[in-house]
Design a protein around this ligand. Structure first.
Ligand code: URA
Length: 246
């Protein structure tokens, strides 16, 4: 069994080997649009043509851009009053894995991008330990505007904002969702159960498997729980057939 990577980073110590592993993992994380399959492979016929694929991606991009534009002007709840800007989401529009956090903090509100502060740096380490890059997954939040004083978003704020995430999920169609923390779990799974109770098994949102794990900000405060979070991540990867870097 693979143990917890040191601080969520794992490498062989050999940069060339690590780069080769990362490349292999990237080929696997890509949705298999055919370019990584041997020519003449038996299953190639079932792979969508390049133009069908680029058409699908363009559609996805167009849908996401139109949601992004709506979000940018949103005044559906009071959080809009305190924001510098909305924080829509970032990542690969063909990502197999969608991470969902709670809402922007100060750093994210200034940058307009989710998970760029301290918790974001830890999320990056988790993604790296998975053998992936941040650009290969998609990252979004339950609410798109920063709650004042970094408080948890209120139920009515989550309810107002959730339809945007709902539409993002529909456009992205990830194979698996990782709910980071209790707020994401509550909104996606309509539950008040704690992360401790919810983790360890797969749930479902809109037909997509959801794995709940601890929020990176919580892991910064409680590093002893990183081991459990890593177990959750490994289960999520196994669920979609992603191998860990050796
Ligand atoms: N915490 C979150 O839940 N989301 C962010 O984008 C940043 C910190």
């Amino acid at each position: 069994m693979v143990g917890i990577p040191e601080d969520f980073i794992e490498g062989s110590g050999n940069p060339a080997l690590d780069a080769a592993r990362l490349l292999r993992q990237r080929l696997e994380v890509n949705r298999g649009f055919g370019w990584d399959m041997p020519v003449g492979s038996a299953s190639r016929a079932s792979v969508p043509t390049q133009s069908a694929v680029s058409g699908e991606i363009e559609d996805r991009e167009a849908v996401l851009e139109s949601i992004r534009a709506e979000v940018a002007d949103c005044t559906l709840c009071g959080l809009c009053e305190g924001r510098t800007q909305t924080v829509f989401g970032v990542g690969n529009k063909s990502a197999r894995i969608l991470f969902v956090g709670e809402g922007p903090g100060r750093d994210e509100d200034l940058a307009g991008e989710p998970f760029v502060g301290r918790a974001g740096k830890l999320l990056d380490k988790i993604i790296q330990a998975m053998g992936l890059a941040r650009e290969e997954v998609y990252i979004a939040n339950i609410v798109k505007c920063r709650p004042p004083e970094n408080r948890n978003p209120a139920t009515e704020e989550m309810a107002a904002c959730f339809p945007y995430l709902e539409r993002q999920v529909k456009a992205l169609q990830p194979e698996v969702i990782c709910a980071l923390g209790g707020v994401a779990a509550k909104a996606l799974l309509s539950t008040d159960l704690s992360v401790g109770r919810l983790r360890g098994e797969f749930h479902e949102y809109a037909g997509i498997p959801v794995r709940v794990t601890y929020h990176p900000a919580y892991l910064l405060r409680s590093p002893g729980e990183k081991k459990k979070a890593w177990e959750d991540i490994k289960a999520l990867m196994a669920h979609i057939g992603l191998r860990l870097p050796a």
